[in-house]
Design a binder for this molecule. Structure first.
Ligand code: FAD
Length: 384
């Protein structure tokens, strides 16, 4: 019997393994991964200095330990080149592997901005444990970091690197922190919290180029569209993520922003499923842990023979900026309504109500984060 093949050893891939093995101890499972296959929790990458953890300390298990614990095969450093859905076959660089069911847990690519300059190749992005290891190494003995992007990942790294003693400059063209997630007063509260830690913001301009310093080539100079030159030791891009859809698209699977699935995580090809950052489940692209955990539990049942749709309840996101704690329950896209905001210092309670007056999202900062549980009970499930 051909195995169940899972591509990806991130939280989506390994949680599917874990949930499946609770239901089925025997069916062969092979995990293929382009990275080193260590099991880790990605959200911990942006709290490494605060929690004083190196990349090695963040790894919870080696691929060998995962293989033994769950009775699966884990093949690391394998970059899947394509999929033949007619033959139910995964194409590897020098080989192929036939599957009974295929799970795409491919994650998302970091988006690199179109920068010029002779030091563009030295701009970091941190999207997995291996990236994090290289980033930590580059920071050794250094002091100044420029972060491009003030979204979730940029703000979390700004807080964490400040806690680690680094001088952080953050560039955000949309003019405020977390512009895609928070209404303005909540963004301002996060900005003040981070500023109090010493973060220097450059709101408005775009980063245009990254050069080596003229006098000191060890320094990097980030050139902004308003003419500012920011000198630092390390530059981190945290601009955004794009679901990895390439191999699915090439194989003829339906894709949009992510790999399209129905509520049972079935793609448009027979016996091929997708979950996690690469998936667009009934129109929802949710690159967070809670949705992928719910997906892994449902998919495990389906793979074990009991077809099960995933339900998304209320899906709040906690942003790890202890300088100004934030919890947000994002407003569904294109929903019309208004924010009602109460604020006192860095405590902001912003509630989004639709045209019928129903609560449909919130953003809480500072002490207001305590109200999360109460508000969650008022919100409708995202995908019942
Ligand atoms: P990934 O972990 O990216 O795994 C993808 C896997 O696919 C990898 O193993 C990769 O090697 C493999 N792969 C890809 N292409 C191929 C190929 N062609 N061949 C073989 N293997 C391939 N979410 C929250 O909910 N809360 C948080 O606090 C939070 N903090 C975060 C902090 C940071 C710094 C980051 C970057 C993200 C954070 N997130 C957070 C988001 C969350 O971590 C992700 O949604 C989640 O980890 C994605 O898991 P995944 O398994 O879908 O993808």
């Amino acid at each position: 019997m051909n195995p169940i093949v899972i591509i990806g050893s991130g939280l989506a891939g390994f949680n599917t393994v874990k949930e499946f093995r609770k239901l089925d101890k025997e069916t062969p499972v092979v995990v293929l991964t382009a990275d080193d296959g260590r099991n880790y929790s990605k959200p911990m990458l942006s709290t490494g200095f605060t929690k004083e953890k190196t990349a090695d300390e963040l790894a919870m298990a080696t691929p060998e330990q995962v293989a033994e614990q769950f009775n699966v095969t884990v093949r690391t450093g394998v970059h899947v080149a394509g999929i033949d859905t007619d033959k139910q076959r995964v194409l590897l660089p020098d080989d192929h592997l036939d599957y009974s069911s295929l799970v795409l847990a491919l994650g998302a690519d970091t988006w690199t901005p179109p920068l010029e300059g002779d030091a563009v190749g030295e701009v970091f992005s941190v999207n997995d444990l291996m990236d994090y290891g290289r980033f930590r190494q580059a920071l050794e003995g250094k002091r100044e970091v420029t972060i491009l992007g003030g979204g979730l990942i940029g703000c979390e790294f700004a807080n964490d690197l400040s806690n680690g003693g680094f001088q952080v400059s953050l560039v955000e063209p949309m003019g405020r922190c977390l512009p895609m997630l928070l209404p303005e007063p909540a963004s301002a509260a996060v900005g003040r919290g981070l500023e109090d830690l010493g973060v220097r913001f450059h709101f408005g301009p775009l980063a245009k180029a990254v050069h080596h310093g003229k006098d000191n080539p060890d320094k990097l100079v980030t050139e902004l569209s308003d003419g500012t030159h920011l000198e630092s030791d390390v530059v981190l891009a945290a601009i955004g993520l794009r679901p990895r859809i390439g191999i699915a698209k090439d194989a003829g699977l339906k894709t949009n922003r992510g790999i399209l699935t129905d509520q049972s995580l079935r793609t448009s090809a027979d016996n091929v499923y997708a979950l996690g950052d690469c998936a667009e489940v009934q129109g929802h692209v949710l690159p967070y842990v809670l949705p992928l955990m719910a997906s892994a539990r449902a998919l495990a049942k389906t793979l074990a023979g009991e077809p099960t749709p995933v339900s998304y309840g209320v899906m709040p996101v906690t942003i790890k900026t202890p300088a100004c704690p934030v919890v947000v329950c994002p407003v569904p896209e294109e929903l019309e309504g208004d924010w009602e905001t109460e604020e006192e210092g860095n405590t902001v309670k912003a509630l989004f109500r639709d045209r019928d007056g129903n609560l449909r999202g919130y953003a809480l900062t500072g002490d207001a984060v305590k109200e999360k549980m109460k508000l969650n009970k008022e919100l409708p499930a995202l995908m019942p």
